[in-house]
Ligand binder design. Sequence first.
Ligand SMILES: CC(C)(COP(=O)(O)OP(=O)(O)OC[C@H]1O[C@@H](n2cnc3c(N)ncnc32)[C@H](O)[C@@H]1OP(=O)(O)O)[C@@H](O)C(=O)NCCC(=O)NCCS
Length: 196
Amino acid sequence: MEDFNIRNITLTELPQLEEQIKETANRAFKCPGYDEDIVADLKTKTDPVIKICMNFNGQIIGFGYGYIAQADTLASFLKVEADNIPDPLLAADKQGRIGIIKTIVTDPTCQGRGIGTKLVREIEQGLLQNDATEIIVPAWKAGNRINIKKIMERTGHKPNFTVDGFWKEDCDSGEFQCVDRINKCICSAVFYAKTL
Ligand SMILES: CC(C)(COP(=O)(O)OP(=O)(O)OC[C@H]1O[C@@H](n2cnc3c(N)ncnc32)[C@H](O)[C@@H]1OP(=O)(O)O)[C@@H](O)C(=O)NCCC(=O)NCCS
């Protein structure tokens, strides 16, 4: 039996949980400085789907969120020219029906128990209910390692394209301290996609 519980939270509930969420994310990413202003980010987004996973002591052990991207913003989000984006994704972008799954984290003490997979599945369901027709997941690739690769494969997401140095600017400026940086930024983003 599962010894965790995943539930929706609203934007109103988020501020009181944000510190705990960031601590979990910092432990998971092993990158001190993960300090994304999740509340500010989500306030500007349409139809956010926010999930937390708690253990039976009420501690947050997992977190993830997604949202519907505004129409015609995909190219700038991906940092690529529109010509490089496959047609079905561009069509969904024009209609404002792209769902983006932005962050998935599981506390290192609780990984490998299916929490990450379940968070992805549940966020995806939420985005589908909010009329997404395509889902995009930016996945962190450090060298040859993609932490979320197995989850993507299991949930039917296919790698679509890779953008080298996707986080380079923030990494170079010290915005966060990436555990994989070796004198320079070596990470890229692999964009997984799935048609719902
Ligand atoms: C990626 C992450 C969310 C997975 O969470 P999880 O709760 O362990 O996920 P699951 O239990 O559903 O694991 C699914 C599979 O992925 C594998 N996996 C989990 N973490 C992994 C990692 N860091 N590297 C490689 N594979 C990993 C598991 O071994 C598991 O495979 P198995 O069932 O064959 O053993 C978690 O490792 C994490 O928070 N990592 C740091 C943050 C991160 O990279 N987030 C994704 C950003 S794109």
